[in-house]
Design a protein around this ligand. Structure first.
Ligand SMILES: Cc1cc2nc3c(=O)[nH]c(=O)nc-3n(C[C@H](O)[C@H](O)[C@H](O)COP(=O)(O)OP(=O)(O)OC[C@H]3O[C@@H](n4cnc5c(N)ncnc54)[C@H](O)[C@@H]3O)c2cc1C
Ligand code: SF4
Ligand code: SF4
Length: 428
């Protein structure tokens, strides 16, 4: 891991998700010195939090962990985790990134990841890494295959009882650690800051997160994951095994009222994937997907869609207009059917999963001269012929930072961004 000094590299990679890791590894293999800056306490991005991936149904963490480890152990890569890129500016030949090292309250050089602190901490809080469905301690290592395996304290919930400091065998806990600002300098940069889902609270018609048993697709990923909160699929609010599950597509995508007029591209496929995994986990459950149209655009995706139909997933062509709480924790879906029957229909399900719209995770406005497009993702100046080129010299973009995309496209784009960066560096 990199120390928190102002340091110079050949290239900066901003974001340690799959696109950032792939770009960093490509550059490091060409002998460039690379810094990866990641705002979370672990690298891995969204992919390390998924269960399996479409269209192959490979275990997501099994294919992400080796990339994370390769980046962490590469002699040409320095990882800066729990570090947020705040600004990025060009100063003559150099690109200078302003970075905020957030406080972990644990000295990463001393922490050996033994978890003694976690075992002793008396505070339990919902674990966002498990969709909020399991508990973690106030001092914690983010998840079992997090890189680095270093603890951090959640000061919103810590009661300063002192137990973690007392038990830590390396005296790593430091309640007085301060955040630190520093700079990283390089000649080229790859922006790979990815996406976030729109907040559930933004969608008034779908209950703004207040209807029990309405969850997000990322929460469903955790329910389906091998190391998920319950090790089986249960309805989170009462532990019941759901007999009927519905997915609501375009929940906040293609929606002018939320300022997300575009298609989020991956939701059709991940809903189909989750529906298929659910049919395996709960063979007797009825699974419905409410959709406007299914966009199965990638290699092998149409076949994947057809397999889901053959497995009995019910594809209901209709726009879900409102969700209401039903009897015994059920959720009532009011939708406008676009099938032969037509008209407004009502159906009840035990559990409803929202395929939320995707928006950029990082907004350069006021922090960097990079332009964004009408969709607020990083603007690419030659989208057809050089899709990783931005309007700031020496800065390239990869993955979902440039717009929603799947893993295959993110990885391909990361390779292209690394190639462009390498060409640029060779000319310097
Ligand atoms: C529910 C769900 C299921 C999915 N399932 C699949 C699937 O089965 N198959 C598939 O192909 N795709 C799937 N996807 C899409 C997949 O998640 C994306 O293709 C992939 O995560 C894009 O990778 P990325 O590295 O571009 O972005 P991300 O995974 O978002 O990584 C970006 C990283 O940048 C970091 N970052 C952001 N801002 C800053 C900052 N200012 N400073 C430092 N770091 C920052 C973030 O913390 C994050 O770690 C799914 C998406 C969702 C929502
Ligand atoms: S902070 Fe100390 S007790 Fe906690 S994991 Fe690190 S070394 Fe172990
Ligand atoms: S000081 Fe805070 S983090 Fe440490 S054991 Fe007590 S409550 Fe947990």
């Amino acid at each position: 891991m990199g120390s928190r000094q102002n340091r110079r590299f050949d290239a900066l990679v901003l974001g340690g998700g799959i696109a950032g890791l792939e770009a960093a590894l490509n550059l490091a293999e060409q002998n460039f010195a690379v810094a990866v800056v990641e705002k979370d306490a672990s690298i891995g991005g969204k992919m390390i939090r998924l269960s399996k991936v479409f269209p192959t149904l490979d275990c997501s963490s099994c294919i992400t962990t080796p990339k994370m480890a390769a980046a962490a152990h590469h002699p040409n890569i320095a990882l800066f985790t729990y570090c947020e890129m705040q600004t990025l500016e060009r100063r003559g030949e150099d690109l200078v990134a302003g970075i905020l090292q957030k406080s972990r309250y644990v000295d990463v050089e001393k922490c050996i990841g033994c978890r003694q602190c976690e075992y002793q901490c008396p505070v339990l809080v919902p674990d966002a890494e498990q969709g909020g469905f399991a508990a973690r301690k106030a001092i914690y290592i983010p998840f079992s295959n997090a890189i680095p395996q270093k603890a951090l304290i959640d000061t919103d919930n810590c009661i300063l009882c002192g137990r973690c400091a007392k038990v830590c065998p390396t005296q790593a806990v430091n309640y007085f650690e301060q955040p630190e600002e520093f700079h990283l300098t390089a000649a080229a940069a790859v922006i790979a800051t990815g996406f976030e889902a729109i907040p559930l609270e933004d969608k008034v018609q779908y209950g703004q997160g207040r209807i029990p048993n309405v969850i997000t697709a990322l929460q469903m990923e955790r329910l389906l994951a091998p190391h998920g909160p319950y090790n089986r699929v249960l309805r989170p609010y009462d532990g019941m095994e759901p007999d009927s599950i519905a997915f609501i597509q375009c929940a906040g995508s293609r929606d002018q009222s939320l300022g997300v007029p575009y298609c989020s591209r991956v939701c059709c496929m991940y809903a189909i994937k989750e529906a298929m995994l659910l049919s395996g986990a709960l063979p007797l459950a009825d699974i419905a997907i409410y959709y406007m149209d299914i966009r199965a655009f990638g290699k092998g995706y149409e076949q994947f869609y057809q397999t889901a139909q053959a497995m009995g997933v019910n594809f209901v062509k209709g726009k879900a207009a409102y969700l209401d709480p039903g009897e015994n924790g059920a959720v009532r879906v009011r939708y406008e059917s676009q099938e032969a029957t037509g008209g407004v229909q009502v159906a009840e399900h035990d559990l409803v999963v929202l395929s939320l719209g995707l928006v950029p995770a990082w907004d350069p406005q006021g922090r960097c001269l990079l332009s964004t497009g009408g969709d607020k993702f990083i603007k690419t100046v030659k989208p057809k012929t050089a899709p990783t080129l931005t309007d700031l010299e020496g800065v390239f973009v990869a993955g979902a930072a440039a717009g929603p995309k799947d893993i295959v496209d993110s990885i391909a784009e990361a390779g292209a961004a690394a190639m462009e960066a390498s060409r640029y560096l060779s000319k310097q």
